[in-house]
Every structure is written in C-alpha cells, then in structure tokens.
Design a protein around this ligand. Structure first.
Ligand SMILES: Nc1ncnc2c1ncn2[C@@H]1O[C@H](COP(=O)(O)OP(=O)(O)OP(=O)(O)O)[C@@H](O)[C@H]1O
Length: 303
C-alpha cells in the first residue's frame, strides 16, 4: 500500500520538472529585473525569466512577493527601476497593443451590451467596422455567451461578466495575455468552470499567457509552467514545467499529488519569510531548492 502510494507520488512528481528556457528562444525575456517603489519597498530583485511563445505561465507565491509588480512591468504599467523586459526582442517602455491586462473585475462598460463592449474594444484597436460584429459574435460563442449578445453587464452573473471580459480580451488578439488573479472573486464552482473554459480556449489558441494566482490548485490546473516567488525582496525561487496532459481534470490524482508538493514548497517559502523576522539573505532559502520532498506521512524517498 505504502509502496503503491510512494510510486504514484514519484511518478506524478516526475511530471513536474525544472524549466530552462534560453533567452534566444524566448518570446518574453526578463533580465535582472528590479523594482523599488517610492516607499523604498523592494518589490523585485534580480528577476530573470524567459517565456516561450505559447506557454501558460502561472506566477505563484505568498502575498507581497511581487507577482503583480512583475505582471505590471510586463504590461508596461510599472517602469522597473532596474533590468529589462522585452517581448519579441523589443524592450517594453510602456503599455502597448501587443499586451492585454485582465483583472479580477470584469471592467465592462455598464452602458454597453456584451457585444457592444467587444466591438468597442475592436474599434479602439482599429479593426474595420465590417469585421467587428462577426468577430465579437465568434468570441461570444467561444465563451458560451450566445443569446446574451445584447445583454447589459448588470444583467449578467459574476461568471458571465468574466466570460464577456475574456471574450473581449481574446477578440483583440493580443500577442500576450496578462491576467492578475482574474477568477479571485468568483465562487468555487464558477471558478472551476472558468478554469476549464480558459484551458479549452488556450488549447485551441496556444496564446502566450502570464497568470497571477495565490491558488496552487489553479496554477497546476492551468499552467504549463509554475513560477514560485518569495517576498522581501520579491524574487523567483522555483521555475517548474508541468508535464501533465491537458485537458486536466480538477480532481485528477496526479494533479492532487502535485498540489500537495507545491503547497509544501510554498509553506517553506513562507516559513523562511516569517513576518517580523529579519529578512532572509539570498543564501538562506535552501529548503526551497531541495529537489524532492516527502508528502505528509510518507518516508523521505531515496535520492
Ligand atoms: N504602488 C506601490 N507603492 C508602494 N509599495 C507597493 C506598491 N505596490 C506594491 N507595493 C509593495 O510591493 C511589494 C510587492 O507587491 P505586489 O502587489 O507586487 O505583490 P503580490 O505578490 O502581487 O501581492 P498580492 O498577492 O498580495 O497581490 C509589497 O510589499 C507591496 O506592499
């Protein structure tokens, strides 16, 4: 029994491997990124991250580890105080049409219908009038909102608003989709539905996505890569490729094993960053670099 459990645990963790992406092969390249806010908080220090075209990256970590700051630096909304960020070899100096940032709030115009919100965004991006309605309706179908084209946002549920917002984001076809905890305010069931929808859309489009979340299960459900961050100063401590086939089921056994493993890594990150303890030196986070950990109640496997 124990041997079977251990075998299952080992094989699921083999699907979680360290990521190594050369800068030459990267769509997004972040080099030695640092950001210190005006209040002297060091939100990011020495962050290096290369993202291939078509990857779904989840930034995961405790509150305050700089996930949003990194995302906003990619969006061009934060001008980092050190290092560089580039997309397709072009340095980012401000917001641009090749990136789209989505938040927890659907941010729909309340006086425009679902279709109106999408066609407005298309018009703002210079899409010819003749194409707008057809393109809007195509993405409305993709998020399963057909029949609600003329509905105003206040007549939609939270999940439907988020689907409309997702349709709008996809319709403008950005090179990179940046998502800051987009499903954070949804109830558990709607959140799972949104994850499944986003996953199925990603499988069709292979859009490059950078997705911020606190939720380990969400990160492993969606990500082709999970980047673990730690605070004070905000930095990357683990970068793992998730080789679990898609579509993923929320209750899949291998996924559940991985969630436990990554939760343990995260709690080690949190233990080395206890509030009111002196900030850890960069060399004092060794636990996070230990390659294999035992799940609770199981012996530590031989290396
Ligand atoms: N505009 C700002 N001015 C000053 N400090 C800021 C500002 N925005 C963020 N910070 C600080 O920078 C650090 C990183 O914040 P950031 O929001 O990027 O982290 P996060 O990992 O996204 O956190 P959370 O998960 O809670 O959203 C935190 O200590 C935060 O207090």
């Amino acid at each position: 029994m124990l041997r079977a459990l251990l075998g299952r645990w080992r094989s699921s963790l083999r699907l979680l491997r360290p990521a190594h992406v050369e800068a030459d092969h990267a769509k997004i390249s972040v080099t030695q990124l640092g950001h210190r806010y005006a209040n002297k908080v060091v939100a990011l220090e020495d962050v290096d991250l290369n993202v291939r075209s078509g990857e779904f990256i989840c930034l995961l970590g405790p509150s305050g580890c700089g996930k949003s700051t990194l995302l906003y630096a990619l969006a061009g909304h934060v001008r980092p105080t050190g290092g560089t960020v580039s997309i397709d070899g072009q340095p980012i100096t401000g917001p641009g049409p090749n990136r789209l940032l989505m938040f927890q709030e659907a941010a729909l115009f309340p006086w425009l219908s679902v279709r109106g919100n999408i066609t407005f965004a298309l018009a703002a991006r210079g899409v010819p009038r003749a194409e707008r309605k057809e393109r809007a309706d195509q993405y409305i179908r993709r998020v399963h909102l057909q029949g609600f084209e003329e509905t105003l946002p206040h007549q939609l549920s939270g999940g439907m608003k988020m689907r409309a917002s997702l349709a709008r984001a996809l319709a403008v076809d950005p090179t990179v989709l940046l998502m800051d905890e987009p499903f954070g305010s949804l109830d558990a069931q709607t959140r799972i539905h949104m994850q499944e929808l986003l996953q199925s859309i990603w499988m069709r489009t292979h859009k490059t996505v950078v997705f911020v979340t606190h939720d380990v299960h969400e990160a492993l459900m969606l990500g082709t890569r999970v980047v673990l961050m730690a605070p004070r100063p905000g930095r990357i401590v683990r970068d793992l490729e998730v080789h679990l086939p898609m579509p993923r089921r929320p209750d899949d056994a291998a996924l559940t094993e991985m969630v436990r493993h990554v939760q343990r890594l995260l709690s080690e990150v949190e233990r080395t960053n206890i509030p009111d303890s002196p900030p850890p030196s960069r060399a004092s986070t060794p636990a996070v670099t230990s390659p294999v950990l035992s799940p609770p109640g199981l012996p530590r496997p031989a290396r």
